[in-house]
Design a protein around this ligand. Structure first.
Ligand code: NI
Length: 158
């Protein structure tokens, strides 16, 4: 759990590093019409964090709470991600993660085994849900690297 908490706390810095020095054009570049730009990825990562931070807290505070996931494509398609203020969302991500820090610093092993249940009856422990958060950022960091590479390759063809 300790390593997990460390990586969880580094999420914001890792996202920042990934977009360091990128131009607005690069941040808005879509590798394909149905693929997200880095800007859209960052808004998605924060929206996902909004919904998952409340799940993490529910699991710690309530007795086997019902967990509800969010429809990521519906959010991305219907909330105008392109218009959203990326810096504001990055700041929100940072605050959501850091607002969990005190809880994580004081987490007992019993707490990390507390359970939440999804509508489909799948059960996850707090530790597993925290793992998903860390993996979510890792996956999207990989995706950001792929978009950066696609952008650079696209530049070479002109
Ligand atoms: Ni995602």
């Amino acid at each position: 759990m300790e390593d997990l908490i460390k990586e969880y706390a580094l999420g914001y810095a890792m996202l920042r590093d990934a977009i360091e020095g990128l131009t607005e054009e690069e941040l808005r570049y879509k590798p394909a019409p149905d693929k997200w730009s880095i800007h859209q990825i960052l808004i998605h990562v924060t929206d996902s964090e909004i919904s998952s931070t409340s799940r993490l807290k529910k699991v710690l505070a309530e007795d086997e709470p019902l967990l509800i996931s969010f429809d990521q494509d519906a959010w991305a398609n219907n909330l105008g991600y392109d218009l959203m203020d990326r810096e504001q969302y990055l700041l929100l991500f940072k605050l959501l993660r850091s607002s969990m820090q005190t809880i994580l610093d004081n987490l007992t092993s019993e707490q990390s085994e507390r359970v939440g249940v999804y509508v489909d009856q799948k059960r996850f422990t707090f530790k597993q849900l925290t793992e998903f958060r860390v993996e979510h950022v890792r996956d999207h960091l990989d995706q950001i690297e792929r978009v950066k590479k696609a952008y650079q390759e696209n530049q070479l063809t002109y």
